[in-house]
Ligand binder design. Structure first.
Ligand code: GDP
Ligand code: IMO
Ligand code: MG
Length: 430
């Protein structure tokens, strides 16, 4: 049976939530493998819109197992409130259909406080994080002082872990002019939330390996986008996890040979939230129009997303680093009515032409885009469900993208609605 990894191939918000929801009909298990509640995935099903940050998008479908893998950093208070919110929308969530890795590290209130304190230091250029403590929680994971889900089950271990973390954090907080952490209050809060989280705790690596052996189909749901990857993104303006497809294996405990198809999710233009280089960014009427037509406001922070033309250089690069087998091209409908469209096909840097984004931050910031122009289309593609519904100019645009990124289109999305999707190649086909 085929297992599929969904990975964002730009700077996030490519429409992963909608595509994962659509694909999850064909899957048995849906697993998150990195990031945390910095993600914001919107699904539209008929009249209902679901906004998910931490829970896998597959949770809204009945009869599926949703998994939060060890690669995720888990805010237990956020988890409980997101579960409550979804239950309020009629979604059933029980330990039968939601499993959380016992070895997932926790995000504590002190992580969010540190994240926001650093972002407000005027002397350091800010990253524009979501302020949810993602970076500090991953730092504690690799610093071997994280509190993990399993630690909630044993009070003596929990105390030891808290003390270890506080030696580090109180010193850091003093330096930043912050109050030390109230140890007893933190312990009390953790003991209280433990009761609500522990019923979902499971040896996820084992469950997933058994599912695989039983021939179940596993869908790995990536958050963020490959240009926010800690190694291959626009560092330091990135998130603190690996986002590229290889993370699906380490973030869940399945071997890399369990991945059969990597689906890159790609928006038909480009957006970015937060700071950092963005060669094809538009600060003109076209950029404004993309933002308005695409409703480009962040799901998590409400921030306006920066918009630009499609950048084929970046997507070719992310398709390579994630080994993308095929892409899902989303939001094609947002381009309806543009007389002319531009695609970035290369960069100019110090008089040289480049066909990739260099690693050095100063060079990234100085890259200027080289564009190719294409005719737009006046017809509507919104809601199209077959190639035959698309105008010739739109098909030409899609074909040109495939050529430039050296990767075929497997799915095409033409509205936020679940069923407004064109299937070209089934990622789950054996
Ligand atoms: P994610 O973070 O990758 O899951 O993406 P977001 O949910 O943050 O942002 C994508 C937005 O675009 C959501 O509001 C979706 O409902 C919407 N969307 C997804 N696909 C399409 C599409 O093909 N056309 C349009 N117009 N909107 C879409
Ligand atoms: P989804 O899954 C877009 C960005 C933040 C910031 C940087 C670091 O919805 O695509 P962090 O809080 O992670 O330390 O912030 O990463 N960022 C995202 N941008 N979509 C996301 O998730 C993002 N998650 C983080 O804006 O620039
Ligand atoms: Mg999003």
């Amino acid at each position: 049976m085929a297992n599929v990894v969904v990975v964002g191939a730009q700077w996030g918000d490519e429409g992963k939530g909608k595509i994962v929801d659509w694909l999850s009909e064909r899957a048995d298990v849906i697993a998150r493998c990195q990031g945390g509640h910095n993600a914001g995935h919107t699904l539209v099903i008929g009249e209902k819109a679901f906004k998910l940050s931490l829970l896998p998008a597959g949770i809204v479908r009945g009869g599926k197992i949703s998994v939060i893998g060890n690669g995720v950093v888990l805010d237990p208070w956020h988890l409980v409130s997101e579960i409550e919110k979804l239950r309020g929308q009629g979604v059933e969530i029980t330990p039968e259909n939601l499993l959380i890795a016992e070895n997932a590290p926790l995000i504590l209130p002190l992580h969010g406080e540190l994240d926001r304190a650093r972002e407000s230091q005027a002397s350091v250029a800010k990253i524009g994080t979501t302020g949810r403590g993602i970076g500090p929680a991953y730092e504690d994971k690799v610093g071997r002082r994280a509190i993990r889900v399993a630690d909630l089950a044993d009070d003596a271990t929990l105390e030891l872990r808290v003390d270890r973390a506080l030696v580090h954090h109180d010193a850091l907080r003093r330096g930043l002019g912050m109050e030390p952490v109230d140890r007893d209050a933190l312990l009390a809060a953790l003991r209280e939330i433990a009761v609500q989280v522990l019923p979902y705790a499971a040896p996820v690596w084992k469950v997933l390996n058994e599912s695989r052996r039983a021939g179940k189909r596993i869908l790995f749901e990536g958050a963020q986008g490959a240009l926010l990857d800690i190694d291959f993104g626009t560092y330091p303006y990135v998130t603190s996890s690996n986002v590229i497809a290889g993370q699906a294996a380490t973030g869940t405990g399945l071997g890399p040979n369990s991945i059969d198809f990597v689906l890159g999710i790609v928006k038909a233009y480009t957006t970015r939230v937060g700071e950092g280089p963005f060669p094809a960014e538009l600060n003109d009427d076209d950029g404004q129009r993309l933002g308005e037509r695409g409703h480009e406001f962040g799901t998590v922070t409400g921030r306006k997303r920066r918009c630009g033309w499609f950048d084929a250089v970046l997507v070719r690069q992310t398709c390579a680093t994630s080994g993308v087998s095929g892409i899902a091209l989303t939001k094609l409908d947002v381009l309806d009515g543009f007389k002319t469209l531009k695609i970035c096909t290369g960069y100019e840097l110090d008089g040289q032409k480049l066909d990739y984004l260099p690693i050095a931050a100063d060079q990234q910031a100085r890259c200027t885009p080289v564009y190719e122009e294409m005719d737009g289309w006046s017809e509507s593609t919104a809601g199209a469900r077959s190639w035959n519904d698309l105008p010739a100019a739109a098909i030409k645009y899609v074909r040109r993208i495939e050529e430039l990124i050296q990767c075929p289109v497997a799915l095409l999305s033409t509205s936020p609605e679940r069923d407004d999707t064109i299937l070209v190649t089934d990622p789950f086909a054996d």
